[in-house]
Design a protein. Structure first.
Length: 588
């Protein structure tokens, strides 16, 4: 397979002291932009920044007053990432994943497809999945007018959001890091109009220990825990290629080296303890909170290669009004004039993808109309999780199927708290811990609460109300099944309400009468677990390899690295391969 070089780079070191997990940043700068540059997640992530600056977007005043664009208007209020305002009190139900709508048809797809298709179409490219991976792929391939099929009523995947009193807030993925100067990703952001909304905010994020906010927690941890300095040195070694350390690149444009595979055979905790000895309980707790927040798994479960890939590359955050849904919306906005309304389709469940007769047959089904559509395509991008691939890809290779079955996925919940009060944005995120957490080893099964408070209105100005998000990981097996059970909504809502009353209100000094509503979102299998052995055993390499040179895969679980940047980098990497298939058809 052709190897594509996506970035030609030199490096410049910066120190970012935002917190213990965001230090010693290697800033990547490009000498030139080229169509054949090398890409990795870290290359996408870096930004020249000083003093722990957090990058945010200012409020998009007036941008949406006349719709997203003039002329042939796509009704973004119906299919875009943000749901319209539901009033002050929404229906008491889970938002996010709708298990009941999709599962019955996926599980019985052969029965559904016994009926002949109602519609038959021909297109160059079909993209299955309208989350960020699918939207990035569609944007990159927009001149080919791809058909994008999304099973949910709205595009955006877990980057979707909601609206309350003109304030947009996120239901899932809330932020990302800033692309490197001169990078492919920076160019995309410029092209879709994001950069003009940047603004900067200085400061360190506080930690709430037993509901007491400690503003300087991260600046004092090095003094209290000397092992933190040892970890800092390790991070610096990996970033600078010093003392035999090489940053563990995990990307399509880079060979997975023997050094990366060696790291992948051990857990993050095993690696750290092999370097610095037994870890102090408080430091281990913070490492576990980092791993749970980033991977939905503890340091005993995460591959050292994956953890170091994230940990060493942490940089400045980008927070958009409404979270990453704004990115999804801007991608849709800027591909729409070329792709067209009819090719951006929601509510379509893809039941079968099959390479046949020199092309790819894609069968989709709409439960509302009970109609089946057959699309004959030259190439297909499956921008959906691999457990879906295992169900819909006809004649799937046995080694790919076996590799998919080695993956694990975990769930998480988000509670958005609507507050009839302005809460000054003196913070973006607060980690909530108990003193007992800092003395005992974390086990995922025992972590039954939200761990983070996020100021969801951070990018807004001039509002007299606030949305606060609470993120509750489910870092254990069986979490998804808990969401299926009868009474799950009432159970988890009660637990959120108790934590809001006992922790969030005291921390943020909110009176109970100022609460307007609580809205829960479930993501049943959103996080692929970066478990040891997936790289060393060539598992990821098998699941992301093209199928019969016509079906390509773009998703964060290509590398089991749960980040928007993974999906984006894979979309960029596979674009020329898709184009090659389409151009080959033309040359025949």
């Amino acid at each position: 397979m052709e190897k594509i070089n996506i970035f030609g780079l030199n490096r410049e070191r910066q120190n970012c002291k935002q917190n213990c997990c965001k230090k010693n940043i290697i800033v990547i700068r490009s000498k030139h932009m080229d169509s054949q540059l090398r890409l990795s997640r870290r290359h996408i992530l870096q930004l020249a920044t000083a003093g722990g600056l957090t990058v945010l977007f200012s409020r998009l005043d007036g941008l949406y007053s006349k719709g997203l664009w003039e002329g042939d208007i796509l009704d973004i209020s119906k299919v875009g990432p943000f749901t319209p305002d539901m009033g002050d009190v929404a229906k008491r139900e889970f938002f996010g994943d709708d298990f009941k709508r999709v599962h019955p048809y996926i599980w019985k797809s052969e029965d559904v497809l016994k009926k002949p298709p109602h519609l038959k179409e021909k297109h160059k490219v079909v993209i299955v999945g309208g989350g960020l991976g699918g939207l990035f792929s569609a944007y990159q391939l927009r001149d080919l007018k791809p058909v994008v099929l999304e099973q949910a009523p709205q595009f955006g995947g877990n980057a979707k959001g909601q609206t309350w009193r003109k304030t947009r807030y996120c239901m899932g993925s809330a932020y990302m890091t800033v692309p490197a100067e001169g990078s492919v990703m920076e160019k995309i952001f410029k092209d879709i109009g994001l950069e003009k909304f940047y603004k900067f905010k200085k400061g360190h994020e506080p930690v709430a220990v037993d509901n007491n906010l400690i503003a300087d927690y991260w600046t004092t941890i090095n003094k209290r825990l000397p092992q933190m300095n040892e970890i800092d040195e390790l991070v610096e070694d990996f970033n600078l290629g010093r003392n035999g350390r090489i940053y563990p690149e995990i990307s399509g444009g880079t060979k997975i080296t023997s050094a990366v595979k060696k790291l992948d055979r051990m857990t993050f905790r095993q690696f750290l303890e092999s370097e610095i000895g037994e870890i102090h309980s408080e430091l281990l707790a913070q490492i576990d909170f980092y791993c749970v927040g980033a991977f939905n798994a503890t340091s005993d479960e995460v591959s050292a290669a994956a953890a170091l890939n994230f940990y060493c590359a942490e940089g400045a955050m980008v927070v958009l009004p409404g979270g990453n849904g704004l990115l999804a919306e801007q991608l849709i906005k800027h591909m729409h004039p070329t792709v067209g309304d009819k090719n951006l389709r929601t509510g379509e469940i893809v039941l079968r993808v099959e390479v046949k007769d020199g092309g790819v047959a894609v069968h989709s089904f709409c439960p509302e109309t009970q109609k089946i559509t057959l699309i004959e395509a030259e190439a297909v991008v499956l921008a959906c999780p691999k457990f879906v691939v295992g169900n819909i890809l006809k004649n799937i290779e046995q080694d790919r199927f076996d590799a998919i079955n080695q993956y694990k996925y975990r769930s998480y919940l988000v509670a958005n708290i609507l507050v009839n009060k302005r809460i000054d944005p003196t913070f973006y995120e607060i980690l909530m811990v108990k003193s007992a957490d800092l003395k005992t080893k974390m086990t995922g099964k025992n972590l039954r609460r939200a761990t983070d408070i996020v100021h969801a209105s951070f990018g807004m100005v001039g509002t007299d109300h606030t949305v606060i998000s609470m993120y509750r990981p489910m870092p254990y097996e069986g979490g998804r099944q808990e969401l299926y059970e009868s009474g799950a909504y009432e159970k988890f809502r009660s637990e959120f309400e108790n934590q809001i009353r006992n922790d969030v209100l005291p921390i943020l000094k909110i009176n109970p009468h100022e609460l307007v509503d609580i809205r829960l979102t479930q993501w049943g299998h959103a996080i692929p677990i970066a478990q040891p052995g997936l790289l060393a055993g060539n598992v990821c390499q098998k699941v992301r390899a093209p199928h019969k040179d016509r079906v390509f895969f773009v998703e964060q679980d290509n590398w089991a690295l749960p980040a928007m940047e993974t999906s984006a980098s894979e979309a960029i990497y596979w674009e020329p391969f898709v184009r090659k298939v389409v151009s080959r058809k033309k040359s025949i």
